[in-house]
Write a new protein. Structure first.
Length: 68
């Protein structure tokens, strides 16, 4: 006959399908977590840039006060 009609082929195929499905689900969860971390880091970076700009404005104000 052929390898497709082997009695062990069905259990092996079912096991492999299960492994593949679990791997895909785990990959999706890991990818979602990675995107979440990137989004959080970008938000922190933007907050940091905003604080730095505020500090620059404060420094300019102090310089103008000292010059006057």
């Amino acid at each position: 006959m052929g390898i497709l009609f082997n009695p062990l082929m069905i259990p092996i195929a079912a096991f492999l399908m299960t492994v593949i499905i679990v791997a895909i689900v785990m990959w999706q969860k890991a990818r979602e977590k990675q995107l979440e971390y990137h989004q959080e880091m970008r938000l922190r970076e933007m907050e940091h840039q905003l604080k730095m700009k505020e500090l620059e404005v404060d420094m300019e104000k102090l310089k103008t006060r000292q010059a006057a």
